[in-house]
Design a protein. Structure first.
Lengths: 393, 351
């Protein structure tokens, strides 16, 4: 059976643009001239490792992470069975943890040097070594964090020390290890420990608003908004992704009845609504979307106001994630935004302090309003300038 | 030509090879970082290789599906709350009214439109709600698999005419649940030892669904053009086969050996298919992950079977950690190589 037909369908779904085609497009648009085109080709000829360097898609990264955690577990077990690590004493955990982290940093350094020197693609040896480096780092982090928490008897103090230590490790290791996954996991750990520490304190829950403000400020700084300093995307991308994921995890955790949050959510709702509006306007401007048709814009703003009044903060945050996904042109983030949105809708209705009867009416009513809003949007439409290339899916 | 070869040896790739290489956003960022292009050109190039996601399309679908889901959830909650107070006729009446309303909407809007398809989906869900209510009111004593069987049979006609892949998947899920329940409630209640045959049957049914899906795609059927449908089915097949194979390894259940063999045969065929016929690195990653799990279970079983001295256990744990890294690295390396080859083939095609 000939599968050419099938293949062509798949290739239309995964468009791949050769360098030649992109250069032709840029020349056609008048963005670069023949000289600029030569510069680009010359850059790739003199830096072949740029083309050869393989970026790991998220699903392959998932195997890397799962493999690393499992292997780290066995390494720690091996140290424990051999009595190199004694769980009752931090003196045995800290040195081993420190040694493993240093070994991981050295391995990562060796790998980056080797890649620069040889200008080669990822080979089996590099993949194996980078996997070992991640395993060492995971095991090292685990031992160090357990080691520093061990002497403290109260959970609050232990969590505080772990939060501080994870912060120190994150700040120290970020410039040293240039691996995306390592940086992302390190920032994620720090962010998660920050809100875990606040949640542990019954009387400091209002600090969560400050923490959310910090997360959002970091997000904006890494995106290069409101700042004269525009960071290099590849340098700050792990922070951006970790921050937005931490924010959503925080807002999910506080929904659980066990969290018993003792603070009103209005401050965070207002902060996030302002961020959402400002992010949307900025992205609309960057994507040449004219907001001249007032109807949908006004409805959208009213929707945001309704979210402030009615919602759990997670709903606004998941919309922020979706908008950010459009900015990043990232389908995975888009799907994550959608999943979080559905999850927060579920949590919202679950936590409502009303009878199931009223709840069912509100749910069905909301559903009808959403379907009605869809019909309304279909009638109105935003004007999109044709200056930006645009492909309809 | 000779000059070009010499240049190639000195600098890595020839001009032609470079021009045919795929341009990715990371390459464009590298050009910007090296100040070869300015910010404006970078934005233009990124917009070209990663066109804006079509937000209008996305919002449209999102509002439709979330709206429909909330309406359905509202109806189900309403029933849950008022269950005791309602007369039988009211209970049946409301559900039947819902089904009729959905079908009427399909006739008015048309089953070719997405809204019509979503209404057909809602009607199919309500049939299941109706059967559950029927079973509760009349206490027929029927096994729960019968409800799923009746559900699958009753909605099958709608599934066929819907031309809607999510409804097909929903139907397939009902069939899978039905078989699972039938196996445990009728054939071999309590005899877990024969679960392997159930895994086999379930995987065979999903394999047939997968083959039919690709035949449909081969015929260029428009509504089958979304990848996650077949990836979901493929994931479930791998899950069933892996579960059976792990049962063989861990419980030393020799009757399950054919599941391990089937995993190997199906794995090889599907890897060949997703590598050469329909290149898809996500499906290959699923296969790679299953391979890792089964291989590591097998090795781990041999390592930790029986009692050993403390130092041997420690050594084995350390060695197994290394084996985990080695197996994962190997799979990742192979996947990266294949991913690179697929990209190259695609860019050659585009060029």
């Amino acid at each position: 059976m000939k599968f050419e037909n099938l293949k062509s369908v798949f290739h239309s779904i995964y468009p791949v643009y050769p360098i030649k085609e992109v250069l032709e497009y840029l020349r056609g648009e008048g963005s670069i001239d023949a000289n600029g085109e030569e510069k680009v080709i010359d850059f790739f000829q003199t830096n072949p490792q740029v083309i050869s360097k393989m970026s790991f898609p998220w699903y392959i990264n998932l195997i890397v992470v799962i493999g690393a955690w499992v292997a780290a577990g066995f390494f720690i077990s091996a140290l424990s069975i051999a009595r190199f690590i004694v769980w009752d004493s931090s003196e045995s955990m800290l040195p081993w943890g420190g040694v493993l982290i240093i070994a991981a940093v050295l391995l990562y350094y060796y790998l980056s040097r080797k890649q620069k020197a040889r200008k080669e693609a990822y080979g089996i040896q590099q993949v194996f070594l980078s996997q070992i480096a991640l395993v060492f780092s995971v095991a090292g982090h685990f031992l160090v964090l357990f080691g520093v928490a061990r002497p403290y008897h109260s959970i609050t103090s232990s969590v505080f020390v772990v939060f501080l230590t994870s912060g120190v490790l994150c700040i120290l290791l970020y410039p040293l290890v240039r691996n995306f996954l390592h940086r992302f996991l390190s920032c994620l750990l720090f962010g998660v420990m920050a809100f875990t520490w606040i949640l542990e304190h019954k009387y400091t829950h209002h600090w969560l608003h400050l923490l959310i403000l910090v997360y959002l400020s970091v997000l904006f700084i890494t995106l290069g908004y409101f700042s004269p300093w525009k960071p290099r995307k590849k340098d700050v991308q792990p922070i951006t992704y970790a921050v937005i994921l931490t924010l959503l995890v925080l807002l999910l955790v506080v929904q659980f009845p066990e969290a018993v949050i003792q603070t009103p959510w209005y401050p965070s709702n207002i902060i996030m609504a302002l961020v959402l509006i400002s992010l949307s306007l900025r992205i609309a401007r960057e994507n040449h979307i004219k907001l001249s048709l007032k109807g949908p814009v006004i409805v959208g703003l009213l929707g945001v106001l309704c979210l402030i009044v009615l919602s759990t903060p997670g709903l606004i945050a998941s919309v922020i994630l979706s908008v950010f996904a459009f900015h990043e042109r990232n389908n995975i983030l888009k799907a994550a935004g959608l999943l979080f949105f559905i999850l927060f809708v579920y949590m919202f209705y679950y936590n409502m302090n009303i009878t199931l009867d009223v709840k069912s009416g509100i749910m069905a009513g909301t559903g009808l309003v959403l379907i009605g809003f869809r019909q309304y949007l279909k009638r109105c439409s935003f004007e999109v300038e044709d200056t930006a290339p645009h492909i309809e899916q | 030509m000779a000059d070009q070869k010499a240049e190639s040896n000195q600098k890595g790739k020839t001009r032609d090879e470079i021009l045919k290489s795929p341009m990715k956003s990371s390459l464009i960022e590298s050009l910007y970082d090296a100040q070869v292009i300015d910010a404006h050109v970078r934005d233009e190039a990124i917009s070209y290789v990663q066109p804006s996601l079509n937000w209008r399309y996305w919002i449209d679908k999102f509002l439709l599906f979330l709206g429909a889901a909330l309406v359905l959830a509202g109806i189900i909650f309403f029933f849950a709350f008022n269950w005791e107070k309602m007369a039988r006729s009211v209970k049946f009446g409301i559900i039947e009214a819902g089904i009729i309303a959905c079908i009427a909407a399909v006739f008015i809007i048309g089953r070719q439109t997405l809204t019509g398809k979503v209404f057909l989906f809602c009607a199919s869900v309500l049939i299941g709600v109706f059967l559950a209510v029927f079973g509760q009111i009349y206490q027929t004593g029927a096994d729960s698999y019968e409800m799923f069987l009746a559900w699958a049979l009753l909605i099958f006609g709608w599934v066929v005419i819907s031309k809607f892949a999510p409804l097909w998947l929903f139907w397939l899920a009902i069939v899978n649940i039905c078989i699972g329940l039938y196996w445990n409630q009728i054939l071999i209640p309590g005899l877990k030892a024969y679960d392997d045959v159930m895994w086999l049957v379930l995987s065979l049914i999903d394999i047939i669904a997968l083959v039919l899906y690709f035949l449909g795609r081969y015929r260029d059927i428009e509504w089958l053009k979304t990848d996650w449908y077949y990836r979901l089915i493929y994931g479930f097949i791998l899950y069933y086969l892996s579960a059976g194979a792990i049962q063989y390894i861990v419980n030393e259940l020799h009757s399950s050996v054919f599941l391990l063999l089937m995993f190997v045969v199906f794995g090889l065929i599907s890897v060949w298919f997703f590598r050469f016929k329909v290149p898809d690195i996500v499906a290959l990653t699923l296969a790679g992950f299953s391979f890792c799990v089964i291989l590591l279970t097998q090795i781990g079983y041999y390592f930790f079977k029986g009692n050993h001295a403390q130092w041997i256990e420690s050594l084995l744990a350390f060695l197994f950690g290394l084996v985990v890294i080695a197996v994962c690295s190997l799979v990742i390396y192979v996947l990266l190589k294949i991913s690179r080859s697929i990209e190259k083939e695609s860019s050659r095609r585009e060029a």
